[in-house]
Design a protein around this ligand. Sequence first.
Ligand code: C2E
Ligand code: CA
Ligand code: CA
Ligand code: CA
Length: 278
Amino acid sequence: GNAGGLLLAMLSIAVAIGVARQTEGPVRDIENAIRRGDFIPYYQPLVDIRTGKLRGCEVLVRRRRPDGGIDGPGAFIRLVEATGQIFEITRSLMVQARDELGPAYGPRPELKVSFNLVAEHFDDMTIVSDVQEIFSNGPVRPNQVVLEVTERQPLPNLASARVIIAKLQELGARIALDDVGTGHGGMSYLLKLGADQMKMDKMFVDAIGTERCSSTIIDTLVKLSEDLNMEFVAEGVETFEQIEYLRERGVVAAQGFVFSPPLPGKLYLELVETLHPI
Ligand code: C2E
Ligand code: CA
Ligand code: CA
Ligand code: CA
């Protein structure tokens, strides 16, 4: 009866307070870290495996720890995606990358920089105005920017995603479909999204040289990228054997530890000066 209802109500309030206490800590902690500037971009080079030339880099987020150590996304990315703090972090990475890469990228307009987005970035036009505000006055221009959307998370609204993608492309930015071969999207993403680039998931590269290797799948994806007029990128390349295998199949762009791990800005800029003199 009434007493039972009241008891239930009090119980659920108590539980709610408990949950709030638990989540307040980590959320506040991330807020402080954002304010302190602890989320920073690392840059992993992307290489042309025909020529060995540098094509640009992918920004991968890192967090500076109070003890001076550096955490990878595994330590925090799920939390900041769940709380929505990923939007502020992504914006901050774009601003930091623009300012840090600007002096090297201004005089090298052919170099690209890519950023990882989440599915919710395609819910409204904020990402379009962010890219415009951050990049339209240089020194890194919108046509040097690539935005990666993963196939791992479903895009809730493909129609609105298409519109947002078209707007970003109008600004000159390019769209990459990330982790291709893993996820929800499958063929329908490849066909409908209008992406410019296809990043084949690392698991296919890992399999090269083992009995799990399916040259059919890699060949099919490479062929598909050609048919759809998409640039093909192989990621997670760790060995020369893999480079050779990919090169034989017409793959041009690759990324992986065999070339370089993700680097702090200073080291990536040194690499640009060395590998890509003006
Ligand atoms: P991803 O976008 O697929 O990025 C590639 C990951 O593979 C990176 O891990 C990179 O360091 C790693 N990697 C690159 N080459 C190799 C290789 O040859 N061998 C191996 N074993 N690994 C390689 P990282 O930096 O730990 O990032 C993990 C994931 O976290 C990313 O996967 C991406 O999904 C997410 N992430 C990273 N930065 C951001 C960001 O700024 N925003 C969002 N939303 N997600 C991000
Ligand atoms: Ca990526
Ligand atoms: Ca990937
Ligand atoms: Ca991945």
